[in-house]
Write a protein that binds this ligand. Sequence first.
Ligand code: ATP
Ligand code: MG
Length: 283
Amino acid sequence: MPKSAASRVSKQSSKLAALTRKNSNGADLFRYIEPTHSASDIVLDADAYRILAEVAEEFKRGDDLRRFGLKPRSKLLFCGPPGCGKTLCAEVLATELHLPLVVARLDSIITTYLGETASNLRQLFEAAATTPTILFLDEFDALGRTRTDASEHSEIRRVVNSLLMLIEEFEGRGIVIAATNLERSIDTAIWRRFDEVVFFKSPTGRQILRLLQIKTRNFEVGIDFEKYLSDLEGMSFAEIERVCMSAIRREIMKRKSTLSDDTFSASLRDEKRRILIRDNIQR
Ligand SMILES: Nc1ncnc2c1ncn2[C@@H]1O[C@H](COP(=O)(O)OP(=O)(O)OP(=O)(O)O)[C@@H](O)[C@H]1O
Ligand SMILES: [Mg+2]
């Protein structure tokens, strides 16, 4: 990152870090994250890549659009199963656009002390309007649940509606991203507030190979990953990454410098066992 951009981000970050709030249980309502991942760390499908590249370019050349009375697209909804890159992508955008990243978990926000919540949210959006920021609203489906649940406390609904207004009225020079893995629980009134919806899916065969290549770039590989494809298909990016990291860790502990079939297979078996246990618990 150029020096001037780095110092700008660090100034913005300290303002935002000061905004970090905890709820009455001590959990973070807003969390400032130092982005470390860049575009070379993420595997995206062609549609997601195109949309995100366009959004990034519009952000950089926003003035060109504003001269014609148009606005850059800046409100995005990220949908898809766990471990497929929604949070990572927000971080990559923050790195690429030299913007600070603030993460808010909506489930903890709307179950926390409500009197404070509305004003905290307002402050967060005000800060994001003056300091270009990527505002990442995680667990966004929590919002849909409270809107449809008639038994919910009316104050929760007020907070939810005020959040929707804040999103709608957001005119800042940053980007608001909401993420969910339960896109079906988001009603159309919420859906239409976003400029773009980006879907993150489980990886295809080619994407698995690309991910393995990225994750093993600092270690020698003595195996042909293609023969593991049928075993890895259906797993999320995060699960495949865990297989890879576990195998490399094992080789290092065995003082080996090359990733071998035996070790990779053992780590793959461990991950499959873990997935089986999780699926049994969730059933
Ligand atoms: N598309 C991807 N490309 C490369 N790595 C990925 C990708 N998706 C996930 N990963 C790896 O898995 C980790 C977890 O992914 P991430 O936190 O982005 O998932 P998520 O979609 O936000 O999941 P959740 O719905 O549980 O929040 C990432 O830090 C990264 O290491
Ligand atoms: Mg996430």
